[in-house]
Design a protein around this ligand. Sequence first.
Ligand SMILES: Nc1nc2c(ncn2[C@@H]2O[C@H](COP(=O)(O)OP(=O)(O)OP(=O)(O)O)[C@@H](O)[C@H]2O)c(=O)[nH]1
Ligand SMILES: [Mg+2]
Length: 461
Amino acid sequence: TRLPAPLSRAGRSRCGGCLCGPRAGVLPGPGRAAPPRRRRGANVCGDRAVGTPTWSCDGGVASAPGPRGFSGEGAATRTRRERPGTSFLDGRESKCLRAGSANSTHALRSHGAFEASLSRTADRVWGRGALDSGRARPAPVARSPQAALGQLCGPLQAPGAPRKETALREEAADQQVKSLSSVLSRYQGFHGQAGGRKNCSGRGGAVLYIRVPVGTLVKEGSEVVADLSCPGAEYVAARGGAGGKGNRFFLANDNRAPVTCTPGQPGQERVFFLELKTVAHAGMVGFPNAGKSSLLRAISNARPAVASYPFTTLKPHVGIVRCDDHQQIAVADIPGIVRGAHRNRGLGSAFLRHVERCRFLLFVLDLSEPEPWTQLEDLKWELEQHEAGLSQRPHVVVANKVDLPEARAAVPRLRARLGPSAVALSAATGENVEALLLRLRELHRQHVATEPQRGRQPLRG
Ligand SMILES: Nc1nc2c(ncn2[C@@H]2O[C@H](COP(=O)(O)OP(=O)(O)OP(=O)(O)O)[C@@H](O)[C@H]2O)c(=O)[nH]1
Ligand SMILES: [Mg+2]
């Protein structure tokens, strides 16, 4: 009659007289404790099938495929351990293996010229080497993109653990980038390195910068998470997962030669929508054919298209006006607005978002039209429909085409209606353009005096 195997202190049966715990090839179920680690020199047992996670009492077992070197149930001694790889953890050495974190980013550009969407999927890199018990199994992480959205994958490392490998994904506002067309449709981050021998930590993954134009709004769903409105502004879009723990982490009095490591955690997965709002000091607002593009050509080096048909300009152009005192004023030529634009007439009001960022406005009226002052009322009405208070920003009223006889005749009536501050000029001939530049300079000076100093935002909080 075979006697039942003696019980260990933990209440588990020993096999073959050695001190090992559950038999190799058996996964510890819920509520069942992981096997204790074997002291050096203790007996080893366990049969195993290749590809099945297994345990041995000394913890020197890898995930699939299973390690070699142990065979036979109840084998009394271990004669030699074969290394499954160059970085296999040897029970006689203290080494640190770490898993790098990995991330990848997808971007889907939408139809609009100023919108793009970014999404990321997390990748994972498992630690090389051995996993020996349930304790070393990685925590389950959400796999579906929806479940993983906004998730910072991987727990923070315990004190004393090797340095966390973190890969950052960032967006940086760059003045050299003029549109979102340079933003690619997919980004993949850099992996952290695996740890090495002699207690060496792996190098963290490098920072991947995505350069976007100044004025980019970063949205996550409908929520605005970052407003990169000043040069050099940065936003950490996604963080890499924490690195794995090397076997040094598992060093204990009863385990002087740990051969356990943990894998790195998957990185963060987030989906962004990028929206560009043109940033300029002054925005030119007017009806189609009022002469906005012609005026921008007259006061700056910008060369927007000019034609005698409405809606020549379909996207904003920014020109730089250089003043005598070396100040530079950015002036944006906004596509024409018609009555009912807020009800989607004409080009609609989508591009009015570019006006939101302008510190002051130039209302450009076509003085050759009958009753040009009504244009001003309509323009202000449309701005108010888009955003309350938008029409109240500091502004200059510009009456264009004064070179035409009917326009010149309308100047006194215009002044009577709008006051003497309205600037009557001709973009075509350059008549009285200096008066507009002086007004621009004055508005810019007021803006600089009132605008709070905004420096470069910190990279990490
Ligand atoms: N006579 C005269 N014609 C002008 C003047 N400024 C512009 N024009 C003409 O007006 C027409 C429209 O000029 P644009 O500069 O394209 O007008 P716009 O406001 O940019 O028009 P959209 O881009 O459609 O909104 C062109 O045929 C210009 O030559 C001006 O000062 N005098
Ligand atoms: Mg134009």
